[in-house]
Design a protein around this ligand. Structure first.
Ligand code: NAD
Length: 383
């Protein structure tokens, strides 16, 4: 099932639980606007190359339509649409005053010659917009600190994942320091989540990325592993663990599995192999609905993406607030506010789970969809 079908299915289920008017349901599912652009530019060797870009603006009932840009050679409009929809529910779950959107550009970032750090592209967007409208730092988030970025933004998604994990474990009477963790993906989100779990005494027993995997049942020394990756560009041949196949990560023996790489990684082919008791969805839509059913039957508790990875957009919101205020917060304040937002959202989700007798995914979806539906009706929507 592709990402759009899976996301729409979750939305429809939430709409049924909430007993949403069928016309409102349809209206909330259809994106507000979809744009496709093509841009032809000269390469360094003088030849021309064309890139396709998509932007889907899904919903703005609760505020400006917010969402990042995915740079991938196989980016497709359906996937961007699904991610835009997820952003609408995610910003509502976090209770930040935004709607949802997403962009995609069909390219292979590593083949491009200019430095392709995310913050650099945000600086270019700021510059281009400001040329026409005057200096406008609040127009884009994830900027370099020198241009109005927020302290703590780089770590925010991984940090939010750890706050979310703590909230879930507290609920089950468990603690990070007593548990083992397996992390798929060791980029921005995975490496920050790993580092913070390790700092809090959690045992990270397996990690994988595109280069391979590494495991150690006694716990990997995450700072040393980060250094090894920085020095060699790979997780392979790390002296503090044994190499393993990246595809074996999802079935590793651990208490908590954290997918931090790609969508659709847990499906009907492999869900049965999961040995973790908890899954924290740090990636967007890592679990398809068929896997959800299998995991639920196995008693695995899944903390859904629209909550678990909302730390990034929440600190983007803080960045926007700081830009509008013209006042920079220190990192301590950013992290403290992030913890407050993540903890409050978890309690709100649990309330929905109790009210509607549903799992955490439907608790989060009903929370987000209900907030967007309420805002839409208050703004004058009539059937
Ligand atoms: P990233 O590009 O920094 O890291 C991705 C990691 O996944 C890399 O380590 C890469 O090697 C690894 N990977 C790729 N294919 C793999 C495979 N087949 N097996 C194992 N590892 C593989 O990206 P990121 O910013 O860390 O984002 C990771 C996920 O989190 C994505 O799904 C993204 O949409 C989601 N997310 C990110 C943010 C954010 O603020 N960065 C916010 C919300 C959600």
């Amino acid at each position: 099932m592709n990402a759009l079908a899976a996301t729409s299915r979750n939305f429809r289920q939430a709409a049924r639980i909430l007993n949403l008017d069928s016309k409102l349901e349809k209206s909330l599912l259809i994106p507000f606007r979809e744009i496709k652009v093509e841009c032809t530019i000269p390469k360094d060797d003088g030849s021309l190359v064309s890139y396709i870009g998509f932007r889907v603006q899904h919903d703005n009932a609760r505020g400006p339509m917010k969402g990042g840009i995915r740079y991938h050679p196989e980016v497709d409009p359906d996937e961007v649409n699904a991610l835009a929809q997820l952003m609408t529910w995610k910003t509502a779950v976090a209770d930040i005053p935004y709607g949802g959107a997403k962009g995609g550009i069909g390219c292979t970032p590593k083949d491009l010659t200019k430095i392709f750090a995310h913050e650099q592209t945000m600086a270019w967007i700021l510059d281009e917009y400001s040329k026409f409208h005057g200096h406008s730092p609040a127009i884009v988030t994830g900027k370099p600190i020198d241009l109005g970025g927020s302290l703590g933004r780089e770590a925010a998604t991984g940090r939010g994942v750890v706050y979310a994990t703590k909230a879930l474990l507290d609920e089950h009477g468990k603690s990070i320091k007593d548990l083992t963790f397996a992390i798929q993906g060791f980029g921005n989100v995975g490496s920050w989540a790993g580092r913070l779990l390790h700092e809090q005494g959690g045992k990270v027993v397996a990690v994988s990325d595109i280069t391979g995997g590494v495991k150690n049942p006694n716990g990997l020394d995450i700072p040393s592993l980060l250094k090894h990756k920085e020095d060699t560009g790979s997780l392979k041949n790390f002296s503090g663990g044994d190499d393993m196949q990246a595809e074996d990560l999802l079935g590793q023996e651990c208490d908590v599995l954290i997918p931090c790489a790609l969508g659709g990684v847990l499906n009907r082919e492999n869900a049965q192999d999961v040995r973790a008791k908890f899954i924290i969805e740090a990636a967007n839509h890592p679990t398809d609905p068929e896997a959800d059913e299998i995991l639920s039957k196995k008693g695995v508790i899944v903390l859904p993406d629209i909550y678990a990875n909302s730390g990034g957009v929440t600190v983007s919101y803080f960045e926007w607030v700081q830009n509008i205020q013209g006042f920079m917060w220190d990192e301590e304040k950013v992290n403290k506010e992030l913890k407050k937002y993540m903890t409050r959202a978890f309690l709100n989700i649990k309330n929905m789970c109790q009210t509607h007798n549903c799992d955490l995914r439907m608790g989060a979806f009903t929370l987000g969809v209900n907030r967007v539906a309420r805002a839409t009706m208050l703004r004058g929507w009539e059937a």
